[in-house]
Design a binder for this molecule. Structure first.
Ligand code: UDP
Length: 312
């Protein structure tokens, strides 16, 4: 593998920081960009003495130029429902102006480009499991629209730069992912339940808990993304774990792993909360030779120490 100079936006985020680690482990030089709106410097503090890593504190909505790079991973965006509700306009801007600015860099330097898209492109899906050819069922004006439509717009922008300018682009649709460095207080189900269980607080279940999600451990996700970045595939690819759980079942797994006696507390279901979600990963399997290896139980065990450290 030729060593490259690689730009990672959202480098101080959960996925961005793990991506930086994986690229550095392969010997590449990595320039991280983050405006720290939801990213956290602790996620990359272990890289402070790494000479092949540097961080630009910058908002990608404003044009910037890090110099010649060989590849751009665009991972900058608020990503949890709580964060994008709080930062609605910023989320729309980073998924439009920010995406254009990073695409312009890839075009200028003839660099490869991979955009972090999302299962939210499918909205509350009527097709199950979700295949990449499904166009989705998204409320364009609901509370999730700032995230969903920004990500859908970004996909259109990425495909346009591929079609009109010949940029070597890739689109990954990321399904629910968890692991160390997931923000402990970002309101997502795994972080909430793990933190509640470890503190002995009641586990909050929204609605009846019969809605489903399919949870991918972060190392599996990063492996899939790296494979996609090296492929010739330009159309979207789902990367996620097809092992589907109801939220109530997920809470039972959390209780088992944390050995907690915490109770369950039912709360109202947020508006437009998707009722089910599971990736069809046939394309990832056949085109990338990828499939997840880490079960939910194992992944929660591997996250336990991290979440415990967040309770202090
Ligand atoms: N959820 C829950 N309790 C929580 C947090 C989330 O029951 O404390 C539910 C939420 O309503 C959704 C699912 O868990 O159905 C996943 O929510 P999350 O915010 O992690 O991400 P989403 O997949 O909805 O983007």
């Amino acid at each position: 593998m030729t060593l490259q100079k690689i730009l990672v936006t959202g480098a101080a985020g959960f996925l961005g920081s793990h991506l930086c680690d994986a690229l550095l482990a392969q010997g590449h030089v990595v320039i991280g960009v983050d405006n720290l709106s939801t990213g956290n410097l602790t996620n990359i503090s272990h890289l402070s003495s790494e000479s092949r890593f540097s961080l630009m504190e910058h908002d990608i909505c404003k044009p910037f130029d890090p110099g010649k790079v060989d590849f751009v991973f665009n991972f900058a965006s608020p990503a949890s429902p709580i964060d994008y509700a709080r930062l609605g306009v910023e989320t729309l801007l980073v998924g439009s102006a920010g995406t254009f600015n990073t695409l312009d860099l890839a075009r200028k330097y003839k660099a490869g480009y991979l955009h972090a898209s999302t299962s939210e492109c499918y909205g509350d899906p009527e097709v199950h499991p979700q295949v990449e050819t499904y166009w989705g069922h998204v409320n364009p004006i609901g509370p999730r629209s700032v995230y969903d439509e920004a990500k859908r717009f970004s996909e259109a922008a990425v495909m346009a730069y591929h079609r009109y300018y010949g940029v070597d682009t890739h689109l990954v649709r990321i399904f629910n992912t968890y692991g160390p460095r997931l923000q402990a207080n970002d309101g997502r189900v795994i972080s909430n339940l793990m933190m509640q269980a470890l503190r002995g607080d009641p586990l909050t279940i929204y609605g009846t808990g019969s809605q489903t999600r399919s949870f991918c451990f972060v190392s599996d996700l990063i492996d899939g993304i790296l494979r996609l970045s090296r492929s010739n595939e330009h159309l979207p690819i789902n990367i996620g774990n097809p092992d589907e759980w109801t939220i109530l079942e997920c809470a039972q797994e959390v209780l088992a792993v944390t050995q907690s006696q915490a109770e369950i507390l039912f709360k109202p279901l947020p508006q437009d909360d998707p009722t089910r979600r599971r990736p069809d990963i046939t394309r990832a399997r056949t085109l990338l030779g990828w499939e997840p290896k880490v079960s939910l139980r194992k992944g929660l065990e591997m996250s336990l120490e991290y979440f415990r450290s967040c309770t202090n």
